[in-house]
Ligand binder design. Structure first.
Ligand code: DLL
Length: 435
């Protein structure tokens, strides 16, 4: 199977532009009528839906940011009444408040369609057995790949994340041919297989569908070696639609954007002006067909570039460069989005035992993200016995896990021992960037 939807995946640029234009005109009208927060943005600059005649007018439209979603938490960005929404998903927001999205039944179906296209780009068809180890729940990874795989007709194993030894047994016994999870979890699975002394010949795995966090070409090669598979990069974000906004076809450059559903732009994050093809900038998406919660010119904060050159796979869908980083301070730790402000609010809740200084050290060991939070103890607590200090450490570790959804090593340090800065405090040391 070469394409899931040959018509849309290989249409000419003129046909694509015509389709995108018609869909943009429609979504702007729907937003003006149904989403008061966006109507207010348009009214503020005197823009009417009729002013948008096609995709060439897109840069007249105001941007949308995570702050808009936060200000309208939880359901204020929906463009339809709640009675039309059949599913919600959510991901971390900058203040610890969740970013909530609402989908109609057709939205869920469209998303499954994009995920099915993505699976076909990775070489899957209905004969595959797809083991889904992305988390199921508010996170879009599990259910996104699940619906895509079912739509394709592949045998779908909803394993969700965790309990690695059991996962490996299932992958082996069921003869899974495709594995869908974060690249860091794929590394964990690969390492556990080695530790269990199993041989790759006992497995039928051929391909992996990995995403939800930045990963390097080196890590790709390492996973391919450890699992004996070909690894593919899948991109998405809850706000636009989960996994399947873009997908690598195995070619040598980037990921194909499902641009009949999501119109991509790259802008300079400072001037917000578009940049030329193959130039890095901030990725911005407009959902062209979504009903429940369309977004217009949504700033993803992800750094990427676009490429409209022809691809050897035959698809005409433009490509986006593998996402290498972000323009904000969001950290992605083993696939989980973490904002430093969430860490801060956990610490601020126990102000009486910790001081006001902390530092976050993110690293990568054996290809796995690690996060250490160094916290200064309050002077009054510092003189206490070791047992008490250990209790405090465990309590913070527990609170962090509960709030962030990912583990952090807590190191308690004496009062006033963390470096003081005279300017902007450097709270995050991300050693991964240099690797
Ligand atoms: O991570 C959706 C997803 C699930 C994508 C499973 C792929 C596979 P969020 O939790 O909303 O949604 O996080 C979105 O994760 O803005 C990027 O910063 C990052 N991200 C997602 N995919 C990739 C990728 C899901 N392939 C945020 N490479 C995005 C690099 C990625 N970063």
């Amino acid at each position: 199977m070469r394409y899931y939807d040959e018509k849309h995946e290989t249409m000419s640029r003129d046909e694509m532009t015509a389709l995108q234009s018609a869909r943009l005109v429609d979504v702007v009208k729907r937003m003006y009528e149904g989403a008061p927060y966006y109507r207010a943005k348009m009214d503020a600059i005197g823009l009417l839906p009729g002013d948008i005649k096609g995709i060439e007018d897109i840069d007249k439209l105001p941007f949308t940011t995570k702050a808009d979603l936060r200000a309208n938490y939880p359901f204020g960005c929906f463009a339809l009444p709640k009675s039309e929404i059949s599913r919600v998903h959510a991901s971390s927001g900058t203040t610890g408040k969740l970013t909530v999205v609402g989908l109609t039944n057709r939205d869920i179906d469209d998303w499954a369609e994009c995920a099915a296209r993505a699976l076909v780009m990775a070489g899957c068809d209905k004969n595959d057995i797809v083991h889904v180890s992305y988390g199921y729940g508010l996170f879009t990874g599990g259910l996104g790949l699940h619906y895509g795989s079912e739509k394709l007709g592949s045998m779908t194993v909803p394993a969700s994340a965790g309990n690695t030894m059991r996962q490996i047994t299932l992958i082996k016994d069921f003869g899974a041919t495709a594995l869908a999870c974060t690249p860091s979890y794929a590394m964990v699975i690969g390492e556990e297989i080695e530790k269990m002394g199993l041989s790759l010949s006992e497995f039928k795995l051929k391909r992996g569908i990995f995403g939800a966090e930045p990963w390097s070409e080196d890590m790709k090669r390492e996973i391919e070696r450890k699992l004996g598979i070909t690894a593919y990069d899948i991109y998405g974000l809850s706000e636009i639609s989960g996994p399947g906004v873009a997908m690598s076809c195995g070619g040598d450059w980037g990921l194909h954007v499902m641009e009949d559903y999501f119109y991509p732009e790259i802008v300079d994050p400072d001037t917000l002006k578009p940049v030329p093809d193959k130039t890095d900038g901030e990725l911005v998406f407009t959902t062209l067909r979504k009903q429940g919660m369309p977004l217009i010119r949504y700033r993803t904060r992800d750094i990427s570039a676009l490429n409209h050159d022809a691809c050897s796979c035959g698809r005409t869908l433009c490509r986006m460069k593998r996402v290498s980083g972000r323009t904000d301070d969001m950290l992605i730790i083993r696939g989980v989005n973490v904002f430093p402000s969430q860490i801060e609010s956990v610490l601020m809740n126990i102000k009486e035992i910790v001081g006001s200084h902390y530092q976050i050290i993110v690293d990568r060991q054996n290809n796995l993200d690690t996060m250490e939070i160094q916290v200064e103890l309050a002077p009054a607590v510092f003189s206490d016995e070791i047992r008490k200090v250990e209790e405090i450490r465990r309590r913070i570790e527990h609170d962090m896990m509960g709030n962030l959804g990912v583990g952090a090593k807590i190191t308690l340090v004496s009062p006033d021992s963390l470096p003081l800065s005279t300017g902007k405090t450097v709270r995050i040391i991300d050693k991964r960037a240099k690797q």
